[in-house]
Design a binder for this molecule. Structure first.
Ligand code: PMP
Ligand code: GLN
Length: 383
């Protein structure tokens, strides 16, 4: 573990606090969750649901998840055989990776990639094999499937994908899923599909879940989290949906890791989602409004905007600002936090080997309108 340093999210949040900067770095909402959700969790506590939940998760929440993925993706998830509730998507990913990785196995990750994948693979005795996303002429970070295919070897155990993507904000098209399925089937590898931002896809596009394609779902561990969807990142309630054989392996890890996760929070989420089944349909418009307002403001700062098709993250390029273009992304993010008063996340920690001369940082726009307006004011005057 000596090689692991503190995550960039913790580092930048601490720096933001130290300098009282507006924190658009670490991804979490600064607004309250629906009080009906909080009431539902409290009611579960008051009703005495305060002891261990079943190891695989409470039945009501597994039933709610089964209904959710059926409605959104037409996928039939068996509540006993396929669904496991975990401590956020983080534990889900850790269990998934440990469950399938033998020593020396290779797991393909697409960089920039969420920072958990690489250490989780190494921790499991595997080897992360990075394939860089390709920045196309529309400035979208897209998957080069030929490069992914070329990276597959006899040791490849799985491909980890993440759509909508943190940190790029890019989303898969239906063709991406076709390519992923073809490669996974042809080379007989598993897929871990991190879909924590599944309900934040903009401009009327559909979320391309791996669960939409039966042949792909048959070799996929789907990972999701209520932290993003219900604005409660601190609750850490996530889950996996996977074929029975993989689910058994995931549970073998989960039972000796956390064993089970907060009972009243699971029951509260189930009760709330059953009472408000359309909440996930409202999320794209909710975040698209924030995205559009934030992008409009950012356009005045001199920072160049990259496209944002999903997630609550916006990438910007500071390479056109001559006073800053020579700075590394970490230096620029620290400067923004200390001197301008707005914290951001540099992109280089999302790479095993950072790309030279990349001048990109990430802002999180899961914030109250006034937070975003105040941050934009500071960026306009400070850059
Ligand atoms: N995957 C991605 C892409 C994420 O951005 C995050 C965190 N925000 C996670 C997984 C972890 O989710 P959780 O907070 O539910 O553990
Ligand atoms: N996923 C969140 C982000 O990308 C942070 C989670 C964490 O702090 N580890 O900002």
């Amino acid at each position: 573990m000596k090689q692991l340093s503190t995550t960039i999210f913790t580092t930048m949040s601490a720096l933001a606090q130290q300098h009282q900067a507006i924190n658009l770095g670490q991804g979490f909402p600064d607004f309250a969750a629906d009080s009906a959700l909080l009431d539902a969790a409290y009611a579960a506590m008051q009703a005495g649901h305060n002891q261990y939940a079943p190891m695989i998760g409470t039945l009501p929440l597994r039933q709610t998840i089964s209904a959710l993925v059926n409605r959104h993706y037409g996928f039939v998830a068996d509540v006993d055989k396929h669904i496991t509730i975990t401590a956020g998507a983080s534990e889900a990913l850790f269990c998934a990776i440990l469950a399938i990785t033998e020593p020396q196995d290779e797991l393909i990750i697409l960089e920039p990639a969420y920072d958990l994948y690489r250490p989780a693979i190494i921790n499991a005795g595997g080897r992360p094999v990075a394939v860089n996303l390709h920045l196309n002429d529309k400035q979208e970070f897209v998957v080069d499937w030929a490069a992914v295919e070329a990276a597959v070897t006899s040791k490849t155990r799985a491909i980890i994908v993440n759509t909508p993507n943190n940190p790029t904000g890019n989303t898969f098209t239906a063709d991406d899923l076709v390519e992923l399925e073809r490669i996974a089937e042809h080379y007989d590898v598993w897929v871990i599909s991190d879909e924590v931002y599944e309900h934040m896809v903009f401009d009327g596009a559909l979320h391309q879940s791996a669960l939409r394609r039966p042949a792909l779902a048959a070799r996929t561990i789907h990972v999701a989290s209520f932290g993003k969807t219900l604005h409660v990142t601190g609750w850490k309630i996530g889950y996996t949906i996977a074929p029975e054989r993989l689910t058994q392996a995931i549970r073998a890890v989960h039972q000796f890791n956390t064993f089970t996760v907060a009972t009243p929070l699971q029951l509260g989420i189930a009760q709330y989602l059953n009472a408000h089944p359309n909440i996930t349909d409202e999320l794209p418009a909710f975040y698209q409004t924030k995205r559009d307002a934030f992008r409009q403001g950012l356009a005045m700062t001199g920072l160049r905007l990259l496209p944002c098709q999903g997630t609550y993250f916006q990438l910007v390029d500071y390479g056109d600002l001559s006073s800053f273009s020579k700075m590394s992304d970490v230096e620029f993010a620290v400067h923004l936090t200390r001197e301008v008063g707005v914290a951001a996340i540099p992109l280089s920690p999302f790479y095993g080997v950072p790309l030279p001369q990349q001048t990109l940082v990430r802002f999180c726009f899961a914030k109250e309108e006034q937070t975003l307006v105040a941050a934009l004011d500071k960026l306009c005057s400070g850059l």
